[in-house]
Design a protein around this ligand. Structure first.
Ligand SMILES: Cc1cc2nc3c(=O)[nH]c(=O)nc-3n(C[C@H](O)[C@H](O)[C@H](O)COP(=O)(O)OP(=O)(O)OC[C@H]3O[C@@H](n4cnc5c(N)ncnc54)[C@H](O)[C@@H]3O)c2cc1C
Ligand SMILES: NC(=O)c1ccc[n+]([C@@H]2O[C@H](COP(=O)([O-])OP(=O)(O)OC[C@H]3O[C@@H](n4cnc5c(N)ncnc54)[C@H](OP(=O)(O)O)[C@@H]3O)[C@@H](O)[C@H]2O)c1
Length: 469
């Protein structure tokens, strides 16, 4: 079928799957352009929009979360509809979307975790940071998780910004957390946490750490935690010396190394908690009988491999006693039935946003992707804007050339079909009812919001906005 006709104008229907930054930037770009008349239906498996802006960004970073105002503007644009609580691939299939939309754009993020692949990883007390983050942020899939915070020492594996978020969350005082939108169950658990020392492990050196300056600096601004760095671990090897010394090195790396030297030179102030930044150590085994008791690490040296700096294990090992290990070594995308997936990269198979056939390599008509599921789990919120624009440009060019999909039905029947399957669709009014409730509960406590953390309570609040039939 050709695009829907409305008088003389042609209207194209685009389904955007995923309401995180990539999905919302793409929707905004599709609706802001005026060359083609486009309507956007946005699907999310949760009743709540914003993806990791709600469920990932640390609760003590409210300013970063305010990017949602940009998304709210898009959501109020003519031609936009939200279909929350619809899991594409389960509640609605990929081919059903293609039957109803000229183009389907997947922006489903990277919701699962990478594993270390070492013995003992499944012992109680060993978790993915992904789960811990989702838990303290009130993601409804994780609200029943429990984290035993009775150990005096926690170990975080990984040297990215997520590792620092997690370290900070374990180090913030109850007073610092009180004014945030941390989920209530996490506030309660963190208030009685026994964790005094948080050890953050990098497998490479300080010059290779992935975290950014602002996040590293923030550790030093915590009210009741010291930051410790062992000066010997800051000594740069020849590869890193060359990197840090060269003119064209990333300013981020230089500033990180300088900041770490300042931490190393500062005497601890005897605060209640310590964050210990360690380098050149890789976990090799998690020890314990019924639960985590210690982590065995091997010391590494750095070697140059194909222009990159890689860790190589030495024969020096060390055992760190701990009852809580959080691996923060990156996120991974999840496949959606019927959509070509590159297992090795954990992304939807694509060429610059056009989803491609795994056998022929040719674009699959009408199927696109943006954000972390397109390019892998890296980049800040703003990175997804450019990424989405690159996809949207191709999508619009294909629509204009008649190279996108050819749906044979309008989405009008989809709501009935979902209802028959027992799926309660949450529209944008439903989300606004949740939002208003959470904010009003938060205002009473001097917090941005008090999150509803269970699927049932989110659905009940969303449907409370509906007029009686
Ligand atoms: C812990 C953490 C903290 C971060 N903090 C910051 C920060 O402070 N500042 C910053 O700039 N960046 C931060 N980032 C990075 C930023 O969050 C990401 O760049 C961004 O969220 C990626 O956007 P996305 O839209 O690709 O994915 P996501 O934000 O993950 O959105 C994906 C959406 O798709 C939905 N979805 C998934 N599968 C389906 C399905 N089958 N059907 C329907 N819907 C589905 C999900 O529910 C979700 O809403 C952080 C990342 C993490 C992990
Ligand atoms: N405040 C913010 O702006 C903010 C907050 C959170 C997240 N983010 C962004 O979100 C993205 C994802 O962050 P992230 O922290 O999940 O990922 P990341 O930046 O890719 O960091 C992953 C870390 O895990 C390490 N690692 C990987 N495999 C390992 C292994 N087997 N053993 C030990 N260490 C291992 C990596 O070390 P190697 O380098 O040696 O591989 C790296 O230090 C990033 O772009 C980040 O900047 C931003």
């Amino acid at each position: 079928m050709t695009p829907s006709s409305d008088g003389d104008s042609q209207r194209f229907r685009v389904a955007v799957v995923g309401s995180g930054p990539a999905g919302f930037f793409a929707a905004g770009q599709l609706l802001a352009q005026s060359d083609l008349a486009v309507e956007v239906d946005m699907f999310d498996r949760l009743a709540t929009p914003w993806g990791l802006v709600r469920a990932g960004v640390a609760p003590d970073h409210p300013k970063i979360k305010s990017v949602s105002r940009v998304f709210e503007k898009t959501a109020r644009s003519a031609g936009f509809r939200f279909w929350g609580n619809v899991d594409v691939g389960t509640d609605l299939t990929h081919s059903e979307l293609l039957e109803h939309y000229h183009a389907v754009l997947y922006a489903t993020g990277a919701p699962t975790d990478r594993r270390l692949g070492i013995p003992g990883e499944n012992l109680p007390g060993s978790h993915a940071a992904t789960e811990f983050v989702a838990w303290y942020n009130g993601h409804p899939d994780y609200s029943d998780h429990t984290f035993d915070l009775s150990s005096r020492r926690a170990v975080i594996v990984g040297n990215g910004n997520v590792a620092l978020d997690v370290a900070r969350m374990l180090a913030l005082t109850p007073e610092e957390l009180a004014g945030t939108d941390t989920a209530d169950h996490a506030l309660k658990a963190l208030a009685s946490s026994q964790v005094e020392e948080i050890v953050v492990l990098g497998r490479r050196g300080p010059a290779q750490a992935a975290y950014t300056n602002a996040e590293l600096r923030e550790l030093g601004e915590l009210t009741d935690a010291d930051v410790l760095v062992e000066p010997a671990e800051l000594e740069l090897d020849e590869h890193s010396r060359d990197t840090v010394g060269s003119d064209d090195v990333d300013a981020r790396v230089k500033a990180n190394v300088e900041l770490l030297r300042e931490y190393a030179a500062t005497a601890p102030k005897g605060r209640s908690r310590r964050i210990v930044l360690r380098y050149l150590v890789s976990p090799v085994e998690i020890l314990g009988t019924d639960r985590v008791e210690a982590l065995r690490v091997v010391h590494n040296e750095l070697v140059g491999v194909d222009g990159a700096v890689a860790p190589r294990p030495t024969d020096r090992v060390e055992t760190i006693e701990t009852g809580l290990i959080l691996r923060s070594i990156g996120y991974v995308g999840r496949p959606i039935a019927g959509v070509p997936f590159d297992e090795s990269r954990g992304t939807i198979q694509n060429e610059e946003g056009r989803v491609t056939d795994p056998v022929t390599g040719a674009p699959v008509p009408g199927v696109y992707t943006a954000g972390w599921i397109k390019r892998g789990p890296s980049g800040v919120i703003g990175t997804n804007k450019k990424c989405a624009q690159a996809t949207v440009d191709r999508l619009l060019a294909d629509l204009a050339d008649g190279r996108a999909g050819s749906p044979d039905a309008t989405p009008d029947g989809l709501a009935t079909r979902l209802h028959a399957r027992g799926v309660e669709v949450v529209d944008y009014d439903g989300w606004e009812a949740i939002d208003e409730h959470e904010r009003s509960q938060g205002a009473a406590q001097g917090r941005p919001r008090v999150k509803l953390v269970r699927h049932e309570e989110l659905l009940a609040r969303a449907t409370s906005s509906r007029a009686p039939a």
